[in-house]
Ligand binder design. Structure first.
Ligand code: UT7
Length: 335
């Protein structure tokens, strides 16, 4: 019997039309285009329009594109793995809403909460379900509406200038071709640092009902980040988890065709590139256009890289992420 593997058959993404430049943000807070570009690399990001987009509708749009490019239709999907930190509802998760939108009632859905590593975790879940033979076609999505989660005053500027909205999706399918497949995935987490980057409310950590007039004004409903701590852990963990993937498959950095890192900060990507001695053409960045879209960042970047011809059949592609939790993860793919 042939061994079953999984491979990415189609990619898609959706970003809202509304472009918010760094200069636009200076209306709300004390910041500058120069500061944001120098410290993060970001020039602009997209913000959703209420009434036009939802977290699930953006994910559905990205998924339709991915399915179309895979030559498939929604009815081919057997499982949805949905990564987001900004769901439409507290519960049920946005996977249910996207399933409804794609008219896929009855199929399994899994909502996961792994923040910036969500897409890579999702890919790993898809890979495991496919390798066991339980499913043949899995849709993995990352979607975020983060523009409503941020304090857009000067007090929240270290967070508010970074994050953006958008969605990306990948169709993962069973294959028996050992030359074109997901080689391995590597997942990690360390909850000791949960509060270094988190959103407290609404949650059950309050003494009374989880949303009251007091909790609404207690400052827990905006993302809080210790940027320096996140940065320092990120550079170490990114390197570790990329090397873990390469070593597990007998490769070295020089074998890589393309590294698609989670788009957290151009300085983080730059540090990894330098440490691994990779030329510019082997590292993909698009944070300049979209900011940090958390779970959507890797599938958006991967789709753009593919569209630009930066990924060819047979290429060795590494996806790597680090984020809130802390979580970090990588996937090594023979395209
Ligand atoms: O997605 C995964 C999770 N997130 C990340 O990976 C983000 C990791 N962290 C970072 O990217 C960086 O820490 C930031 C971009 C968030 C901040 O950059 P930084 O170089 O670490 O700046 P800082 O927090 O050390 O702040 C330096 C100065 C401070 O002023 P003082 O105290 O030196 O006077 C801040 O108040 O910059 C000030 N500052 C700003 N100034 C203008 C902080 N944010 C802003 C801002 N505009 N938006």
């Amino acid at each position: 019997m042939n061994t079953v593997y999984s491979s990415i058959k189609g990619l898609g993404f959706y970003v809202p039309d509304t472009i918010v430049t760094n200069d636009d943000l200076t209306q709300y807070m004390d910041t500058s285009d120069a500061w944001i570009q120098e410290r993060t690399g970001i020039k602009q990001r997209r913000f959703f329009t209420y009434g036009k987009e939802t977290n699930a509708s953006m994910a559905a749009a990205a998924s339709r594109q991915a399915l179309d490019r895979a030559g498939l239709v929604p009815k081919d999907v057997e499982l949805i793995v949905y990564a987001t930190l900004s769901p439409d509802y507290y519960f049920p998760g946005s996977a249910f809403l996207m399933q409804r939108e794609l008219e896929l009632e009855g199929i399994a859905v899994i909502d996961i909460r792994q923040q910036c590593s969500g897409f890579v975790y999702g890919l790993s879940i898809a890979d495991q379900f496919i390798k066991t033979g339980m499913y043949k076609t899995v849709l993995v999505v990352g979607s975020e509406i983060q523009s409503t989660l941020m304090d857009k005053t000067t007090e929240g500027r270290n967070v508010a200038v970074i994050f953006g909205d958008g969605a990306g999706a990948a169709v993962v399918q069973a294959t028996t071709d050992p030359e074109h497949r997901i080689l391995s995935t590597h997942l990690h987490a360390d909850g000791r640092y949960a509060e270094e980057l988190y959103l407290k409310d609404p949650g059950s950590s309050r003494p009374d009902h989880f949303i009251t007039a007091d909790t609404a004004t207690a400052g827990g409903s905006s993302v809080v980040m210790n940027g320096n701590a996140v940065f320092k852990h990120a550079v170490v963990r990114f390197m570790e988890v990329i090397n873990e993937g390469l070593t597990a498959n007998g490769y070295q950095a020089t074998d890589l065709s393309l590294l698609v890192p989670h788009q957290a900060n151009i300085r983080i990507s730059g540090y990894i590139q330098q440490q691994m001695n990779l030329p510019d053409e082997k590292v993909f960045n698009n944070i300049q256009k979209y900011g940090n879209t958390t779970a959507a960042s890797i599938p958006i970047a991967l789709t753009e890289a593919y569209e630009q011809g930066r990924i060819q059949s047979g290429d060795l592609v590494c996806l790597a992420a680090f984020g809130s939790g802390f979580t970090w993860a990588s996937a090594l793919i023979k395209w």
